[in-house]
Ligand binder design. Structure first.
Ligand code: URA
Length: 432
């Protein structure tokens, strides 16, 4: 078999065979197939798509490209995964809630991708926090706190690890088969019985319509169920950033605010909905009852305690969780001031993610280092009334030269109107 033939087959719109897909996944994982051929195939898949049987074959080949985590010693294992968004720090809120209510959460997360942030980058802003662990250390962290979040460490889905960072820099992220196989390979390899997917819709998501998001959710649910897992998808809004913080340490601080019973209500609502689905699907319990318990886990501090336990078990400094003012603040803070009176009618959320990335919070190349304190604090969101002179947002950076272009990008993202704009629903639906 030759990789060039596989690329050409896909370029010309043919369905790939299971053997061709396995050849690509194993060759790319071992390094025999170079990045340039993998990029060409990713681009051909982006344009020509994949049918259900190709997508399933790609997902399974990627899931089995490395170790499969054995969680059989644990009960009520539940995982969650977002398709990616801006300011999306729900994992940091939803997983401690679910763990405090008895789920075992052994989660494998990703890094930032395109304009979106990644949980692993956010967690690494906590000094000492280890996101790379071998399976024994991972299981022992789960035993200690009932909750552990790691990156694609050791030999877990190495195919996705390589392909994910390649897609990030080759414009091949927003493709349904590539997203399905990336997410579901990680979720299947990570071993949890219950999987709750947060499928984002809007200008900051990889799917910008309800129709495409529904198609993505359906495919992930079908593959998960065929593999014997209990899968739900919550379709949520990403037509404006979630919460008010964008950027790694800023987002961790905001998640801690919510776990302290403060912070933005949209973040709390999405996180509670995800946690409710994790717990009710794992235990087969009534959703209304579970939701009330999730709210209580925030109000009585048990979810925050879980987050502290996780940070300690993963060698992080939990003092940052109890005292978030310890997180370093970026050297430069640039306010964006409104020039108009009116209402914010739309936020192009991808542009806001790009603006944050330009400040140093994301990567442009695979090897770029993240600046944890860089990012954006948003003061005005869609539907808010603004007057000329109001601060719309504050941009943070440690490199002053990065600020002007990021300001331009942020300003480009905003639209104003004279009438209050209608907000999109925060939660569209839950698919089972
Ligand atoms: N999240 C993932 O893990 N993979 C994708 O392709 C997109 C979002």
């Amino acid at each position: 078999m030759r990789m060039v033939d596989i690329i050409q087959n896909k370029r010309d719109g043919y369905a790939l065979t299971d053997k061709e897909i396995e050849y690509f996944v194993s060759g790319y994982t071992s390094g025999e197939i170079p990045d340039y051929q993998a990029s060409a195939l990713a681009m051909a898949i982006y344009f020509k798509g994949m049918n259900d049987s190709e997508t399933t074959a790609l997902t399974l080949a990627m899931a089995h490209s490395g170790d499969m985590v054995d969680l059989s010693e644990f009960s009520h294992t539940a995982d969650k995964h977002s398709t990616g968004g801006v300011g999306d720090k729900t994992s940091l809120v939803a997983t401690p809630i679910a763990a405090s209510l008895g789920c075992t959460v052994a989660k494998m997360s990703g890094r930032g991708l395109g304009h979106t942030g990644g949980t692993v980058d956010k967690l690494e802003s906590i000094p000492g926090f280890r996101t790379e662990m071998d399976m024994n250390d991972f299981r022992s962290a789960v035993r200690k706190s009932g909750l552990a979040i790691i990156g694609q460490s050791g030999n877990l889905t190495p195919a996705d690890k390589k392909l994910y960072s390649l897609r990030d820099v080759t414009g091949t992220v927003p493709s349904i088969p590539l997203i399905v196989s990336s997410i579901m390979s990680k979720k299947l390899a990570a071993g949890s019985q219950t999987i709750v997917l947060d499928v984002k819709i809007g200008s900051g998501a990889f799917m910008d319509t309800l129709e495409n998001a529904t198609a993505l959710a359906e495919k992930m649910i079908t593959i998960g169920k065929a593999a014997g897992r209990n899968v739900r998808a919550v379709l949520t809004d990403m037509d404006e950033p979630l919460g008010c913080a964008v950027g790694n340490a800023l987002e961790v601080k905001e998640a801690i605010e919510v776990l302290n019973g403060r912070g933005p209500s949209d973040l709390r609502e999405v996180a509670v909905t995800l946690a409710t689905n994790m717990v009710s699907a794992s235990f087969g319990r009534d959703e209304n009852e579970v939701r009330a318990e999730c709210e209580k886990a925030i109000d009585n501090g048990s979810a925050l305690k879980k987050l502290c336990n996780m940070v300690e078990a993963q060698h992080g400094d939990a003092g940052y969780i109890t005292n978030p003012s310890l997180f370093p603040v970026a050297k430069y803070a640039m306010p964006i001031i409104s020039k108009t009176d009116g209402y914010i009618s739309h936020m192009n959320t991808m542009k806001i993610g790009i603006s944050s990335s330009m400040l140093g919070a994301g990567r442009e190349k695979k090897e770029d280092k993240i600046d944890f304190s860089a990012g954006i604090e948003i003061m005005k969101k869609t539907g808010d009334r603004v007057s000329a002179g109001d601060t719309l947002a504050i941009l943070y950076a440690n490199d002053e030269s990065l600020i002007p272009a990021a300001v331009g990008k942020y300003e480009e993202a905003l639209q104003f109107s004279q009438e209050p704009a209608k907000r999109k629903p925060l939660i569209y639906t839950v698919m089972k």
